[in-house]
Design a protein around this ligand. Structure first.
Ligand SMILES: Nc1ncnc2c1ncn2[C@@H]1O[C@H](COP(=O)(O)OP(=O)(O)OP(=O)(O)O)[C@@H](O)[C@H]1O
Length: 307
Protein backbone atom coordinates (compact mmCIF):
# COMPACT_ATOMS: atom_id res chain seq x y z
CA UNK A 1 0.00 0.00 0.00
CA UNK A 2 1.32 3.48 -0.88
CA UNK A 3 2.11 5.65 2.15
CA UNK A 4 -0.47 8.31 3.07
CA UNK A 5 2.32 10.91 3.05
CA UNK A 6 5.52 10.58 1.07
CA UNK A 7 7.46 13.83 0.57
CA UNK A 8 11.10 14.80 0.20
CA UNK A 9 13.15 17.97 -0.05
CA UNK A 10 10.37 20.27 1.17
CA UNK A 11 11.65 23.78 1.94
CA UNK A 12 9.92 26.91 3.13
CA UNK A 13 11.27 30.41 3.64
CA UNK A 14 9.50 33.36 5.21
CA UNK A 15 11.52 36.30 3.92
CA UNK A 16 15.13 35.58 4.84
CA UNK A 17 14.19 32.87 7.33
CA UNK A 18 14.54 29.27 6.21
CA UNK A 19 11.93 27.70 8.50
CA UNK A 20 11.65 24.20 6.99
CA UNK A 21 14.77 22.56 5.54
CA UNK A 22 14.72 19.60 3.18
CA UNK A 23 11.90 17.84 4.99
CA UNK A 24 11.55 14.18 4.02
CA UNK A 25 8.70 12.27 5.58
CA UNK A 26 6.85 9.03 5.04
CA UNK A 27 3.71 8.24 6.99
CA UNK A 28 1.91 4.95 6.48
CA UNK A 29 -1.84 4.73 6.10
CA UNK A 30 -3.60 4.31 9.45
CA UNK A 31 -0.49 5.33 11.36
CA UNK A 32 -0.46 7.82 14.27
CA UNK A 33 2.60 9.93 13.58
CA UNK A 34 3.77 12.47 16.16
CA UNK A 35 5.56 15.72 15.43
CA UNK A 36 7.70 17.05 18.27
CA UNK A 37 10.15 19.88 18.66
CA UNK A 38 10.71 23.22 20.39
CA UNK A 39 8.49 26.25 19.75
CA UNK A 40 9.17 27.72 16.33
CA UNK A 41 10.89 24.60 14.98
CA UNK A 42 8.61 24.43 11.93
CA UNK A 43 5.95 21.89 12.91
CA UNK A 44 2.92 24.01 11.94
CA UNK A 45 4.59 25.17 8.73
CA UNK A 46 5.32 21.55 7.78
CA UNK A 47 1.73 20.48 8.53
CA UNK A 48 0.37 23.35 6.44
CA UNK A 49 2.57 22.37 3.50
CA UNK A 50 1.42 18.76 3.69
CA UNK A 51 -2.28 19.61 3.59
CA UNK A 52 -2.01 22.02 0.69
CA UNK A 53 -2.59 25.22 2.71
CA UNK A 54 0.95 26.50 2.13
CA UNK A 55 2.97 26.05 -1.03
CA UNK A 56 6.51 24.74 -0.45
CA UNK A 57 9.30 26.74 -2.12
CA UNK A 58 10.75 23.47 -3.39
CA UNK A 59 10.42 19.75 -2.93
CA UNK A 60 8.20 16.99 -4.20
CA UNK A 61 5.99 14.16 -3.15
CA UNK A 62 2.45 13.09 -2.58
CA UNK A 63 -0.18 13.25 0.11
CA UNK A 64 -3.05 10.73 -0.16
CA UNK A 65 -1.88 9.97 -3.69
CA UNK A 66 -2.05 13.62 -4.84
CA UNK A 67 0.89 15.80 -5.79
CA UNK A 68 1.69 18.23 -2.95
CA UNK A 69 2.60 21.04 -5.35
CA UNK A 70 -0.02 20.69 -8.07
CA UNK A 71 -3.06 19.04 -6.45
CA UNK A 72 -3.50 20.93 -3.19
CA UNK A 73 -7.25 21.44 -3.74
CA UNK A 74 -7.81 17.68 -3.96
CA UNK A 75 -5.67 17.06 -0.86
CA UNK A 76 -7.61 19.64 1.16
CA UNK A 77 -10.91 17.87 0.46
CA UNK A 78 -9.66 14.66 2.10
CA UNK A 79 -7.88 16.17 5.07
CA UNK A 80 -9.27 17.21 8.45
CA UNK A 81 -7.10 19.97 9.91
CA UNK A 82 -7.43 20.99 13.56
CA UNK A 83 -5.53 24.21 14.15
CA UNK A 84 -3.80 25.22 17.40
CA UNK A 85 -6.45 27.77 18.33
CA UNK A 86 -10.19 27.06 18.57
CA UNK A 87 -11.29 28.06 15.10
CA UNK A 88 -15.03 27.62 15.29
CA UNK A 89 -17.41 30.50 15.97
CA UNK A 90 -17.94 31.34 19.65
CA UNK A 91 -21.26 33.05 18.94
CA UNK A 92 -22.75 30.24 16.88
CA UNK A 93 -24.33 27.22 18.55
CA UNK A 94 -22.79 23.76 18.47
CA UNK A 95 -25.26 22.66 15.77
CA UNK A 96 -24.77 25.86 13.73
CA UNK A 97 -20.99 25.44 13.79
CA UNK A 98 -21.21 21.84 12.61
CA UNK A 99 -23.77 22.74 9.95
CA UNK A 100 -21.53 25.55 8.67
CA UNK A 101 -18.52 23.24 8.36
CA UNK A 102 -20.65 20.54 6.70
CA UNK A 103 -21.80 23.13 4.13
CA UNK A 104 -18.22 24.22 3.46
CA UNK A 105 -17.24 20.65 2.64
CA UNK A 106 -20.45 20.00 0.75
CA UNK A 107 -21.22 17.01 2.96
CA UNK A 108 -23.98 14.79 1.54
CA UNK A 109 -27.02 14.31 3.86
CA UNK A 110 -25.88 17.31 5.85
CA UNK A 111 -28.45 17.38 8.62
CA UNK A 112 -28.09 13.64 9.25
CA UNK A 113 -24.28 14.05 9.41
CA UNK A 114 -24.61 16.93 11.89
CA UNK A 115 -27.14 15.01 14.03
CA UNK A 116 -24.85 11.97 14.01
CA UNK A 117 -21.84 14.09 15.05
CA UNK A 118 -23.84 15.60 17.94
CA UNK A 119 -25.00 12.16 19.08
CA UNK A 120 -21.45 10.75 18.88
CA UNK A 121 -20.21 13.69 20.93
CA UNK A 122 -22.87 12.94 23.54
CA UNK A 123 -24.20 16.49 23.12
CA UNK A 124 -27.84 15.65 22.37
CA UNK A 125 -29.96 18.30 24.07
CA UNK A 126 -27.12 20.82 24.08
CA UNK A 127 -26.98 21.50 20.36
CA UNK A 128 -28.30 25.05 20.85
CA UNK A 129 -25.58 25.96 23.36
CA UNK A 130 -23.17 28.62 22.08
CA UNK A 131 -19.75 27.13 21.29
CA UNK A 132 -18.05 30.00 23.15
CA UNK A 133 -19.58 28.81 26.43
CA UNK A 134 -18.02 25.31 26.23
CA UNK A 135 -15.06 24.29 28.41
CA UNK A 136 -11.63 23.77 26.80
CA UNK A 137 -12.09 20.00 26.67
CA UNK A 138 -15.50 20.26 25.01
CA UNK A 139 -14.29 22.85 22.51
CA UNK A 140 -11.57 20.42 21.53
CA UNK A 141 -14.06 17.57 21.11
CA UNK A 142 -16.32 19.80 19.02
CA UNK A 143 -13.36 20.84 16.82
CA UNK A 144 -12.46 17.22 16.24
CA UNK A 145 -16.08 16.35 15.39
CA UNK A 146 -16.12 19.24 12.89
CA UNK A 147 -12.88 17.94 11.30
CA UNK A 148 -14.43 14.51 10.85
CA UNK A 149 -17.72 15.59 9.23
CA UNK A 150 -16.47 15.17 5.66
CA UNK A 151 -14.94 11.74 6.42
CA UNK A 152 -11.29 12.69 5.82
CA UNK A 153 -8.64 10.03 5.18
CA UNK A 154 -5.97 12.07 6.95
CA UNK A 155 -6.21 14.09 10.17
CA UNK A 156 -3.66 16.83 10.83
CA UNK A 157 -3.85 17.88 14.46
CA UNK A 158 -1.75 20.83 15.59
CA UNK A 159 -1.25 20.66 19.37
CA UNK A 160 -4.85 19.53 19.79
CA UNK A 161 -4.68 19.07 23.56
CA UNK A 162 -2.84 22.24 24.63
CA UNK A 163 -4.52 23.52 27.79
CA UNK A 164 -6.87 20.55 28.11
CA UNK A 165 -7.16 18.61 31.39
CA UNK A 166 -5.68 15.08 31.75
CA UNK A 167 -9.02 13.24 31.63
CA UNK A 168 -10.07 15.01 28.41
CA UNK A 169 -6.60 14.39 26.93
CA UNK A 170 -6.90 10.69 27.72
CA UNK A 171 -10.37 10.46 26.14
CA UNK A 172 -9.10 12.36 23.12
CA UNK A 173 -6.24 9.86 22.61
CA UNK A 174 -8.62 6.92 22.93
CA UNK A 175 -10.60 8.43 20.07
CA UNK A 176 -7.44 9.00 18.00
CA UNK A 177 -6.54 5.32 18.39
CA UNK A 178 -10.05 4.27 17.34
CA UNK A 179 -9.82 6.46 14.24
CA UNK A 180 -6.43 4.99 13.40
CA UNK A 181 -7.82 1.46 13.83
CA UNK A 182 -10.52 2.45 11.32
CA UNK A 183 -7.77 3.29 8.79
CA UNK A 184 -7.53 7.08 9.22
CA UNK A 185 -3.98 8.41 9.20
CA UNK A 186 -3.17 10.90 11.96
CA UNK A 187 -0.31 13.40 12.02
CA UNK A 188 -0.29 15.16 15.38
CA UNK A 189 2.03 17.77 16.88
CA UNK A 190 2.48 17.83 20.62
CA UNK A 191 4.77 19.01 23.40
CA UNK A 192 3.58 16.28 25.80
CA UNK A 193 5.86 13.25 26.27
CA UNK A 194 3.02 10.94 27.35
CA UNK A 195 1.25 11.76 24.08
CA UNK A 196 4.44 11.18 22.08
CA UNK A 197 4.65 7.73 23.62
CA UNK A 198 1.14 6.96 22.37
CA UNK A 199 2.17 7.53 18.73
CA UNK A 200 3.25 4.68 16.46
CA UNK A 201 6.15 6.73 15.11
CA UNK A 202 7.62 10.16 15.77
CA UNK A 203 9.64 12.86 14.10
CA UNK A 204 11.65 15.40 16.10
CA UNK A 205 12.21 18.78 14.46
CA UNK A 206 14.50 21.60 15.52
CA UNK A 207 15.50 24.68 13.53
CA UNK A 208 13.34 23.44 10.66
CA UNK A 209 15.34 20.22 10.38
CA UNK A 210 14.27 16.68 11.08
CA UNK A 211 16.71 15.45 13.73
CA UNK A 212 15.23 12.01 14.40
CA UNK A 213 12.46 9.69 13.24
CA UNK A 214 11.33 6.29 14.43
CA UNK A 215 9.20 4.56 17.00
CA UNK A 216 9.53 6.00 20.53
CA UNK A 217 11.69 2.98 21.47
CA UNK A 218 13.92 3.42 18.39
CA UNK A 219 14.44 7.11 19.13
CA UNK A 220 15.46 6.34 22.72
CA UNK A 221 17.79 3.50 21.77
CA UNK A 222 19.44 5.50 18.94
CA UNK A 223 20.82 7.94 21.53
CA UNK A 224 22.78 5.09 23.16
CA UNK A 225 22.20 6.46 26.65
CA UNK A 226 22.80 4.68 29.93
CA UNK A 227 20.71 6.24 32.66
CA UNK A 228 20.89 6.13 36.45
CA UNK A 229 18.31 7.35 38.92
CA UNK A 230 19.74 9.30 41.84
CA UNK A 231 17.61 9.80 44.96
CA UNK A 232 18.17 11.30 48.36
CA UNK A 233 17.45 14.27 50.62
CA UNK A 234 17.52 17.51 48.70
CA UNK A 235 19.00 15.72 45.70
CA UNK A 236 18.56 18.79 43.45
CA UNK A 237 21.47 20.57 45.12
CA UNK A 238 23.82 17.94 43.70
CA UNK A 239 22.82 18.47 40.08
CA UNK A 240 25.74 20.79 39.15
CA UNK A 241 28.30 18.47 40.74
CA UNK A 242 26.75 15.47 38.97
CA UNK A 243 26.81 17.34 35.66
CA UNK A 244 30.55 17.88 36.13
CA UNK A 245 31.37 14.16 36.61
CA UNK A 246 33.34 12.62 33.75
CA UNK A 247 31.10 10.90 31.20
CA UNK A 248 27.87 12.68 32.18
CA UNK A 249 25.88 13.86 29.15
CA UNK A 250 22.78 15.10 30.87
CA UNK A 251 21.11 15.54 34.24
CA UNK A 252 17.34 15.98 34.29
CA UNK A 253 14.97 16.43 37.24
CA UNK A 254 11.96 14.15 37.54
CA UNK A 255 10.05 14.96 40.71
CA UNK A 256 12.29 14.13 43.68
CA UNK A 257 14.80 12.24 41.48
CA UNK A 258 17.57 13.11 39.11
CA UNK A 259 18.12 11.16 35.91
CA UNK A 260 21.81 11.11 35.13
CA UNK A 261 22.76 9.84 31.68
CA UNK A 262 25.96 9.16 29.80
CA UNK A 263 27.06 7.06 26.86
CA UNK A 264 27.00 3.28 27.24
CA UNK A 265 29.88 1.57 29.10
CA UNK A 266 31.85 4.70 29.89
CA UNK A 267 32.47 3.95 33.54
CA UNK A 268 29.79 6.32 34.72
CA UNK A 269 28.19 3.68 36.94
CA UNK A 270 31.35 3.49 39.09
CA UNK A 271 31.68 7.29 39.24
CA UNK A 272 28.07 7.61 40.37
CA UNK A 273 28.41 4.87 43.00
CA UNK A 274 31.40 6.72 44.53
CA UNK A 275 29.58 10.08 44.36
CA UNK A 276 26.42 8.62 45.94
CA UNK A 277 28.38 6.97 48.78
CA UNK A 278 30.24 10.20 49.54
CA UNK A 279 27.04 12.26 49.62
CA UNK A 280 24.55 9.92 51.28
CA UNK A 281 22.54 9.35 48.09
CA UNK A 282 21.05 6.22 46.54
CA UNK A 283 21.74 5.35 42.92
CA UNK A 284 20.07 2.71 40.77
CA UNK A 285 20.28 1.78 37.12
CA UNK A 286 17.25 3.13 35.24
CA UNK A 287 15.94 3.34 31.72
CA UNK A 288 16.37 6.47 29.60
CA UNK A 289 13.02 8.11 28.83
CA UNK A 290 11.90 9.72 25.60
CA UNK A 291 12.40 13.10 27.26
CA UNK A 292 16.01 12.16 28.14
CA UNK A 293 16.54 11.23 24.48
CA UNK A 294 15.12 14.54 23.20
CA UNK A 295 17.15 16.62 25.67
CA UNK A 296 20.28 14.75 24.64
CA UNK A 297 19.42 15.24 20.97
CA UNK A 298 19.07 19.00 21.45
CA UNK A 299 22.29 19.26 23.47
CA UNK A 300 24.26 17.51 20.77
CA UNK A 301 22.92 19.36 17.75
CA UNK A 302 23.27 23.04 17.00
CA UNK A 303 21.30 25.60 15.04
CA UNK A 304 22.88 25.70 11.56
CA UNK A 305 22.29 29.47 11.43
CA UNK A 306 24.08 30.08 14.72
CA UNK A 307 27.31 28.51 13.41
N1 LIG B 1 3.24 33.34 7.96
C1 LIG B 1 4.44 33.51 8.52
N2 LIG B 1 5.21 34.57 8.23
C2 LIG B 1 6.44 34.73 8.77
N3 LIG B 1 7.02 33.87 9.64
C3 LIG B 1 6.31 32.80 9.98
C4 LIG B 1 4.98 32.56 9.45
N4 LIG B 1 4.53 31.37 9.97
C5 LIG B 1 5.50 30.92 10.80
N5 LIG B 1 6.57 31.76 10.81
C6 LIG B 1 7.84 31.57 11.54
O1 LIG B 1 8.36 30.31 11.14
C7 LIG B 1 8.97 29.64 12.25
C8 LIG B 1 8.35 28.27 12.41
O2 LIG B 1 7.03 28.44 12.91
P1 LIG B 1 6.00 27.23 13.15
O3 LIG B 1 4.71 27.85 13.59
O4 LIG B 1 5.98 26.36 11.96
O5 LIG B 1 6.70 26.47 14.36
P2 LIG B 1 6.11 25.40 15.37
O6 LIG B 1 7.15 24.35 15.49
O7 LIG B 1 4.75 24.97 14.93
O8 LIG B 1 6.02 26.21 16.74
P3 LIG B 1 5.02 26.03 18.02
O9 LIG B 1 5.45 24.80 18.75
O10 LIG B 1 5.29 27.28 18.80
O11 LIG B 1 3.64 25.98 17.47
C9 LIG B 1 8.77 30.55 13.46
O12 LIG B 1 9.94 31.28 13.67
C10 LIG B 1 7.63 31.45 13.05
O13 LIG B 1 7.72 32.70 13.67
Amino acid sequence: MAPAIDVRGLNKHFGERHVVRDLALQVEEGEIFGFLGPNGSGKTTSIRMLCGLLRPDSGEGQCLGFDVLRESARIKRQVGYMTQKFSLWDDLSIAENLDFVARMFDVAERSAAVAQAIATLGLDGRQKQLAGTLSGGWKQRLSLAACLLHSPRLLLLDEPTAGVDPKARRDFWEQIHQLSAAGITVLVSTHYMDEAERCHRLAYLAWGQLLATGTPAEIVSARGLSTWIVRGDDVQRHSSALRALPGVRLVASFGAELHVSGGADNGLGGELARFAAANGLAVAHGKPSLEDAFIDLMQNTSDPLAA
